[in-house]
Design a protein around this ligand. Structure first.
Ligand SMILES: [Zn+2]
Ligand SMILES: [Zn+2]
Length: 358
């Protein structure tokens, strides 16, 4: 059995543009066009948006196939968009992507950050924490692209470049919004450029130093004691059965240990449930023994078909429309304190409230 490797992408757009500096309408049209082109290239691409409102970062709780849904969220908050904190946005966005990765497979995750000079810069003291987080998740695979409209100072450019380089993403600096559309057009095809790194048929090994993060992310299957049917070998019984805590699918531990051989995430004993794609873990030595043939198996793995990930995700979206989540910016107070001492407000709040209509 071979695993289908799809290069489908889940793209989270970080809208970090300052209302006083960049016209909403320009961005709205660019983002709309970007999503349309991407989805025309690959209908299995999904999108999400993260932006700052006065109450902090907001985003949809699911990536969506439906780009109109993403656009209507953007439109509905137009008047309230606030200055973004880059550090807080990257942190919340990355944490969200980790949660999605835990539940689904076969995706490339892209965080596309579009910011201007008005966004709160990354406080130097938070750079190590962000680097550490991104270092762990770059194996997902996950990458960050940054489009900076304006001119970051030397330090901010270095900080952003560091984050981007960790994931082998790209950093673009453009001087005006007019350069955005051609750049987004280029980025909408980017997947093809990076394909060689991510499209290998064999499963990428997660480096030893990052394994603990993924092991902790995985759920432990629950023991099943009542009589049930194994979803892999279809035998009935009440011995050696375990259950996926996310979708309640039951299988023999030994059957799943065999299944893990082709569906692990880059660590041999950490694998995905064949029914819901959730990450599960089994005992490392047990998996080794089963895969080395030391433990007899009941499995007839060929009987089993893995669900198609895209069908599965469309099903989920049809069942429940993604909702907007409002969260806290973990760095908010420090970022503001830092900015206030520097007195770098681009415009006073008085001016903002009397802003002329465009
Ligand atoms: Zn079985
Ligand atoms: Zn499951």
């Amino acid at each position: 059995m071979t695993l289908k490797v799809s290069k489908s992408e889940d793209c989270l757009i970080f809208y970090g543009l300052t209302p006083e500096l960049t016209k909403f309408k320009d961005l709205y049209n660019s983002i709309s066009e970007f999503m349309k082109i991407k989805q025309a290239n690959d209908p299995s691409d999904r999108f999400n948006l993260i932006l700052f409102l006065p109450d902090g970062p907001n985003y949809l709780d699911h990536f969506a196939f439906d780009t109109n849904l993403v656009l209507s969220m953007l439109k509905s908050v137009e008047k309230n968009i606030s200055r973004a904190s880059i550090a807080g946005g990257v942190f919340v966005a990355t944490t969200f992507i980790i949660e999605v990765y835990k539940k689904i497979s076969e995706k490339i995750f892209r965080l596309l950050i579009i910011v201007d000079d008005g966004a709160y810069a990354i406080p130097s003291q938070y750079l190590p924490a962000l680097e550490e987080l991104i270092n762990k998740v770059k194996d997902m695979p996950f990458f960050i692209d940054v489009i900076y409209i304006g001119q970051p100072d030397y330090e901010e450019r270095n900080r952003l470049n560091k984050l981007v380089n960790l994931t082998k993403g790209e950093f673009y600096e453009i001087s005006s919004i007019d350069e955005l559309d051609p750049l987004l057009m280029e980025l909408s095809y980017k997947k093809k450029i990076i394909q060689p790194a991510f499209s290998k048929q064999e499963i990428r090994r997660i480096p030893e130093e990052n394994q603990m993060f993924y092991i902790n992310l995985a759920d432990e299957p629950e023991r099943v004691t009542d009589i049930s049917t194994c979803s892999i070998c279809f035998q009935q019984g009440n011995e050696g059965l375990i259950r996926c805590p996310s979708c309640q699918t039951v299988a023999h531990e030994v059957c799943w240990a065999q299944w893990a051989q082709t569906s692990h995430i880059g660590i041999p004993h950490v694998y995905r449930c064949h029914n819901c794609f959730n990450i599960l873990k089994l005992d490392k030595n047990y998996i080794n023994d089963v895969q080395a043939g030391k433990i007899p198996t009941i499995a007839e793995l060929n009987k089993m078909k893995k669900k198609d990930i895209v069908d599965y995700l469309r099903e989920i979206e049809a069942q429940s429309t993604p909702q907007v989540i409002q969260t806290e910016d973990p760095f908010a107070s420090d970022v503001r304190a830092m900015i206030e001492t520097k007195k770098e407000e681009p415009e006073s709040s008085k001016k903002k409230s009397k802003k002329k209509k465009r």
